[in-house]
Write a protein that binds this ligand. Structure first.
Ligand code: NAD
Length: 392
């Protein structure tokens, strides 16, 4: 079970860029990062509107002098302080991630960045290079990958419970954008604007989550893919509000990814189904405490979080916070990730490369693969859905 005494060092002095008042995801970062004592929020450039950002930071209890008008000022001013920030989380719209991450790494800060990390693979690989050169950790907030049953699935696939993987079904298809909600919702508006959102909408916004979950569970690499994408709300063109991707993996497995904002009536339907020679596993983010394990010729089983029969590995059991039966959810998944970010950042600071290398967390490679998926999907979809190589 999760050990809250594992925090043996001082909290990391931490700031946020974005995630200001009324933002969709700022609270999830603050609540999860600070929960286990690995991080302490001491500064921020929370908002594109400097006054609103300052007011917000002060209301959170920060010193007004550490609520900055913009991220560049924050990095420069904090670098002058003995007790300046050591890490930053970036929760701004997609188009800003590259510049802010680069500036943060070059200022010697560890980074946790929202997905998709950049618009292009070249930019994402550049961030990897800069992070390495400065010995900084770069975490990517694939927030669903902290769920314990996802790690249970990974362990079961790794030890061969399914046999060779044949089919991977990925979907994240909600109905919240079935109508033109962006007309009066600024958080939705930027997602439909290519200059801010990037070359995709639903593929980057939600498809990357399902894709990375499947990558984490199976460790399989895509060989080729083909994609078709549509804008059912015409004003969203050229960005898609629905997309289907067919994939061929290098081991011979095949897969599909359905990303949609127009799945009317659906809440999330983020669902991963892995089909092997002998059995299948299925996990939904709407019932994250359960994992369906279906062996051919036997009654289906529902594995429950927090039970002794789960893998006694690093994540499926030791991240369990409250025991089986008590439902855990979204914040626990995010907190599990922030705990891991904290552990590797502290290890990097004391040059403990062994801990960094042996601790799983969604890092820059996960971010690069998400962006690669988007680049390849756009290339296919915008060229008559031709098959394209996943790695160029
Ligand atoms: P949002 O529009 O609700 O909020 C964005 C916030 O960033 C606002 O407070 C805005 O004022 C601030 N901001 C914008 N530009 C800024 C700048 N240059 N400097 C400082 N602050 C700035 O957006 P959101 O829905 O919270 O999404 C933010 C990011 O998080 C996106 O990249 C999105 O893809 C990602 N996201 C991830 C998840 C997840 O599950 N990991 C969920 C939702 C959103």
């Amino acid at each position: 079970m999760f050990n809250e005494e594992m925090r043996s060092e001082k909290p990391i002095r931490w700031a946020m860029v974005g995630g200001g008042r009324g933002s969709q995801i700022g609270y999830a970062h603050r609540s999860s990062a600070t929960r286990d004592g690995h991080f302490q929020l001491v500064a921020g450039a929370f908002d594109i509107d400097a006054n609103r950002g300052r007011d917000f930071g002060v209301n959170l209890g920060l010193d007004a002098s550490r609520c900055y008008a913009d991220y560049l000022t924050m990095f420069a001013e904090e670098a002058k302080r003995e007790d300046g920030i050591q890490a930053v989380s970036i929760a701004t719209p997609n188009g800003t991630h590259y510049a802010i991450s680069k500036a943060a790494l070059e200022s010697g800060l560890h980074v946790v960045c929202e997905k998709p990390v950049t618009f292009t693979v070249v930019e994402a690989e550049d961030l990897k290079r800069i992070a390495k050169a400065h010995n900084r950790i770069f975490g990517v907030m694939y927030g669903y990958t902290g769920f314990q049953m996802v790690h249970q699935a990974r362990e079961m696939i790794k030890r061969g419970d399914l046999g060779e993987v044949r089919v991977i079904n990925m979907q994240f298809a909600h109905g919240f954008h079935s109508e033109e909600v962006e007309k009066d919702n600024p958080g939705a508006q930027w997602r439909m604007n290519p200059e801010v959102s990037g070359p995709t909408y639903v593929l980057g916004d939600i498809g990357t989550h399902a894709f990375y979950l499947a990558q984490l569970m199976t460790d399989l690499d895509v060989d080729t893919l083909c994609c078709t994408r549509q804008s059912f709300i015409k004003s969203r063109a050229p960005l898609e509000d629905n997309a289907h991707v067919l994939m061929q993996f290098t081991n011979g497995a095949v897969g599909t990814l359905w990303a949609s904002g127009v799945n009317a009536g659906s809440m999330h339907q983020q669902k991963i189904r892995i089909v092997g020679e002998k059995a299948s596993l299925e996990w939904w983010d709407e019932r994250p405490n359960q994992l369906s394990y279906e062996v051919q010729g036997e009654p289906a089983r529902i594995l429950e979080r927090g039970m002794g029969y789960l893998n006694n590995d690093d994540s499926a059991v030791s991240s369990d916070r409250i025991g089986g039966g008590h439902a855990e959810g979204f914040f626990e998944s995010w907190s599990n990730l922030y705990s891991r970010f904290g552990i590797v950042m502290k290890a990097a600071d004391r040059e403990d490369q062994e801990t960094v290398n042996s601790t799983w967390y969604p890092g820059i490679d996960a971010g690069i693969e998400g962006v690669r998926l988007l680049e390849r999907c756009v290339d296919s979809a915008d060229n008559d859905s031709k098959w394209v190589k996943y790695h160029e």
